[in-house]
Write a protein that binds this ligand. Structure first.
Ligand code: LLP
Length: 463
């Protein structure tokens, strides 16, 4: 039985997601530079390469599934962000997107700062030598231990997220004989156009202190009264995977309004504002993200304009991109295990990973693209769903994709733009062993996070 080929689009009865169906790409073998890191190509044999290394050899050496991280691309993106914002601003890489000691060293060398949101991320940052004053600690429920460790280490800022935390951080700092630099995270009441689970500036959610009803102004009042705190600014993060700058515009305007209120009430001009991260990347060819220099220009203009209107000195600006730096720098390599045609529907292509190495499709309906990476093919495009090996029908890696209709067990598939929130959200569901992260640079590949082993699993299971 031949597999379904859909050269001219879906057949009657195909189940397609609402609003997203563009038909097969003109050339299934091409690699759209928007979704691949900059050293990815196909070699003369048709094999996808990264940093000049063919995925067939990489799969042999490191196994599959595995994440391959393009160090040159990562560093170039760090530099692009840093150059775009210039010396009057700070770029904090959001470590939650993906953090490892190698990444911390690259950030350090490229002059970026680092935002951490847990004791584990803080420990990784410090272990890899990130100077504490370039670290910011986030979180809506930081433990006393996490706060204590951060204050002791001398982190450059702690972002306060609740009234209780204002007091908690002040007490800890006073007990340690320190004055901790802090920002207050406010919720500006913006509905970001993104998935509900990753939108963070509307009022009905757990992060920040609302500007509405004067709560944020009250938080400032309290923070300014406490000796253990040095209030340096206001923080806002409106959500993730955002393309439209309108949300940032509203957010910046409201944050600057608060700065003006603070000046009027306390005679203090807070010197910093942080507009968070959340800048979108291309997961598929349909996505069209802005370049860092355009984003920097837009944000600077908005902040400058609002400050001028309010008669304020322009505060030092910081941003916290995570996904926009690491997301496009990595791809996941899988091996095909089975191919199952469902007549009149689509073909299910099962790979050797799944929701344990990429939960984003199941959790956020995220869209990804995929290519046959171990060879090219002239076969007809086949409407496919790339699924994992977990015991759950929602275990989908790429919901709708066209693959050549001759895709077969043993082929390698590569899913681009998996650098952010894939390894960092990976799980051991079904006792899967979390895949390694392999960094590729200068024609060489090295493991920066190794693959888990069954011994790792059993070590935690103390019987
Ligand atoms: N700053 C703050 C305060 C944040 O909460 C976040 C993300 C960032 C910066 C970085 O956002 P980015 O530039 O990476 O979008 N797991 C979800 C994303 C959750 C983001 C949480 N906070 C996903 O896979 O889409």
């Amino acid at each position: 039985m031949s597999r379904s080929a859909h050269p001219a689009g879906p057949r009657h009865g195909d189940v397609l997601p609402e609003g997203h169906y563009a038909g097969p790409p003109a050339d299934l073998n091409s690699l759209d530079p928007r979704v691949w890191s900059r050293t990815v190509r196909r070699d003369a044999d048709g094999v996808v390469t990264v940093g000049g290394l063919p995925v067939t050899a990489l799969a042999e050496e490191f196994g599959t599934p595995a994440y391959f991280l393009d160090e040159e691309d990562f560093r170039a993106r760090c530099r692009a962000w840093k150059d775009a914002f210039g010396p009057d601003a700070d770029v904090f890489y959001a470590g939650k997107a993906f953090l490892s000691r190698a990444v911390v060293r690259w950030l350090n060398e490229e002059g970026l700062n680092l935002d951490v949101c847990s004791g584990g991320e803080l420990a990784t940052a410090l272990a890899a030598g990130m100077p504490a004053e370039r670290i910011a600690l986030h979180g809506n429920n930081k433990s006393t231990e996490e706060i204590t460790r951060a204050v002791e280490a001398g982190v450059g800022r702690i972002v306060l997220d609740s009234f209780q935390e204002i007091v908690r951080v002040a007490h800890i700092a006073e007990r340690l004989g320190k004055r901790q630099r802090v920002q207050i995270r406010v919720t500006v009441g913006v509905e970001a156009h993104t998935h509900e689970f990753i939108a963070t500036a509307h009022e009905d959610q757990k992060f920040g202190i609302a500007l509405a009803g004067g709560q944020a102004a009250e938080a400032v009042r309290r923070a300014l009264r406490l000796d253990g705190l040095e209030l340096i600014g206001i923080h806002s993060h409106i959500g993730s995977q955002i393309f439209d700058m309108a949300g940032f515009e509203v957010s910046a305007r409201r944050v600057v309004q608060l700065l003006a209120e603070v000046r009027d009430e306390h005679g203090v001009e807070l010197p910093e504002i942080d507009l968070g991260g959340g800048l979108g990347i291309a997961y598929t060819s349909d996505d069209d993200p802005r370049e860092p220099h355009e984003i920097a220009k837009a944000l600077r203009e908005i902040v400058g304009r609002e400050c001028e209107a309010a008669g304020l000195r322009v505060p030092r600006l910081s941003v916290e991109p995570g996904r926009a730096i690491v997301g496009p720098t990595a791809f996941t390599l899988y091996e095909v295990g089975t191919v199952k045609e469902l007549e009149g529907l689509r073909t299910y292509v099962s790979v050797d990973g799944g929701m344990s190495d990429n939960i984003r499709t199941a959790l956020y309906d995220a869209e990804y693209s995929v290519v046959l990476a171990s060879r090219t093919s002239d076969a007809e495009p086949m409407l496919s769903r790339v699924v994992g090996k977990h015991c759950e029908s929602g275990d989908i890696v790429v919901r709708d994709a066209f693959l050549p209709s001759d895709v077969a067990p043993g082929d390698l598939l590569a899913v681009p733009a998996t650098g952010a929130y894939c390894r960092s959200m990976a799980s051991n569901y079904n006792h899967a062993l979390r895949p390694p992260v392999v960094a590729v640079a200068d024609g060489a590949a090295r493991v920066v996070v190794r693959r888990e082993t069954e011994e790792d699993l059993l070590r935690l299971d103390v019987g």
